[in-house]
Design a protein around this ligand. Sequence first.
Ligand SMILES: Nc1ncnc2c1ncn2[C@@H]1O[C@H](COP(=O)(O)OP(=O)(O)OP(=O)(O)O)[C@@H](O)[C@H]1O
Ligand SMILES: [Mg+2]
Length: 333
Amino acid sequence: MSTAVLELRHLSKTFRGRGMAPVRAVIDVSLEVAAGECVALVGESGSGKSTLARLALRLIEPDAGEVILRGQSLMRMRGGTLRRARRGIQPIFQDPAASFNPRRTVRSLLSQAIEGAGRERAGEAEMAALLAAVMLKPAAEYLDRYPHELSGGQRQRLAIARALAPRPAVIIADEPLSGADVSIRAQLLNLLIDMQARSGVGYLLITHDMHVARAFSHRIAVMYRGRIAERGPTGSVLAAPLHPYTRQLLAVVHSLDRLPRDATAKPVRSAAGTGCGFHPRCPLASETCRKLEPMLRELGPGHSAACHHAASKEGGGDPIQSQPQLIPGINAC
Ligand SMILES: Nc1ncnc2c1ncn2[C@@H]1O[C@H](COP(=O)(O)OP(=O)(O)OP(=O)(O)O)[C@@H](O)[C@H]1O
Ligand SMILES: [Mg+2]
């Protein structure tokens, strides 16, 4: 893999509010995304995935840590410089309706995204090509519509077109497909893979769907209660998970297909005790786990886990870099 286009270094975020106990949503998280790479971020509900995405996009300020895009720290930028740099990192959210200005037409939304990126006036042909790429064609049928005049799936495709318009280095996609119809999910995935092959864009993909993570990502990062529990090449993590939490997740996923929205997952309070955050649910928990927070350690090639009991892989497992594949039977457009 080439060098990182996005580096998240030691990011932490605690939410505080009147009348509520502080919630440590993200705790000392470091993660990198290389050009042309897709990193899938998985973990149960409330583990801090969206907060990490919002920190990376600088929609919220971290308490500590840095976001580095193409070698430049976004933390030290302000005003116009920050706005320009941020065009290199584009979001796709689960609910695109919330991020569209309802008074702008498709034409206006796309031209704003293209011209905002400092390029010349958006031509009809470029907008039509973007719409065709996301299967909204013929363009004439869509350009003068408002977002509410599109279906949910069409709005999702428009969100992808808009994210791609400024030709970003990185796209942060927070469950981008969960609002889409099952029938077009594979098409959208293929589209994203295809776009990556053509443009070399890096993806940080938040997903509850392990099939998506398996098919689409080069690496997987597993979050648990605000921290990275495990990260590594997709093939290694799925074939030989190192952290007991990842093993539990995969066991459930094999029967349910999707990550559970665990009702027992509680937000991490600042007053939380010491030790490993997973120890109350861990079958391997020992005295050390109750007392000492485990650090993320590299135990196989590019494969790390934060567990006192995870053993080094002695040439075992298959540390292959899995290659995302187009989903069979569906043509990327
Ligand atoms: N603005 C906020 N104020 C207070 N607490 C917040 C805020 N945003 C998120 N949290 C809390 O931070 C924790 C992490 O939330 P986050 O949305 O990042 O989880 P997630 O992993 O994206 O979950 P899901 O899979 O359900 O989307 C949760 O306990 C959540 O309640
Ligand atoms: Mg979320």
